[in-house]
Design a protein around this ligand. Sequence first.
Ligand SMILES: [Zn+2]
Length: 329
Amino acid sequence: MLRRALCFALLSLACGRSPAGAQIVRVADLNTTQIRALDRTKTVVFLPGGMLEEHGPYLPAFTDGILSERLTGELAGAAVAKKPGWTALVFPQMPAGSSGSNELGGRFVFPGTYAVRPSTLRAMYMDLASELGDQGFRWIMVVHVHGAPLHIRALDQAGDFFHDTYGGRMVNLWGLVPVLSGWGNAMGAAMTAAEKKEDGVSLHGGMDEHSLMLHLKPELVSAGYKQAPVVTGQTMAESFTAAKAADWQGYLGSPRLATAALGKKIWDSFAAAAAEHMLAVLNGADPAQFQRYADLLEKNPLYQEWIKATTAHDEALDAKERAWLTRRR
Ligand SMILES: [Zn+2]
């Protein structure tokens, strides 16, 4: 088991060539005969997402994608360890996501963010749901560690479409409150009162994400984080306001407080929560019983304003593209 998980982690081409024997396989490596041979009732498909999204001056633009890829590897390992006889079928990472956190400050253009519209994201995952559903797959895990409201909603909707159309389960794990809580709980338990006050309502690119990257990919964290000025609010409204400042650098919180040790605690906690809920679903739990993060966000007036602005932007971009297509026909 461990060897196979390790094979996956190393992305060894020698792994997973035989669906009959291997448990974690990359769909990109399989031929049609091997794909046909997969037992659909015991195959869980992993769709790792990722997003190019600004994370300020000290973190790489693919921070969310790095977390998503790593989490997918751990979840695939957990699936085959806890479900003997099952296959984890891992798709290539798809670096498309919606609503970069620069939108917190009302900005749709920001270096490092290369987003697709929520309606594009929804269509992409609904299309994939159809492809997989029509080929008989019934278990799909979407692993996309990015928290914007319409991004999460789009992935949730694709999952609901899959369920209603094919009767299977397509779960947007990062859209579930109990999975996200694994992150928040670890922060709450590990940070001192003084650190919580300094980091404030960090929302994006704060002590937590810098800590996670110091744990997972320290070579991609710019050393300047140690002198990073604190940019935050003590309430959510204050943090939204801070992000609207003309010279906002793209993060909220106090990156200078970050440590690899905290990053490991947050990682272990939310990865465990994600694995627990994935396994619950694979064991028959209805994912509808888990509270959705998008439902919570939609009740918050600050997020309602964000959703409204993003929806208008989505429509404006759609109109612009359609107008061009019409002219060129
Ligand atoms: Zn993000």
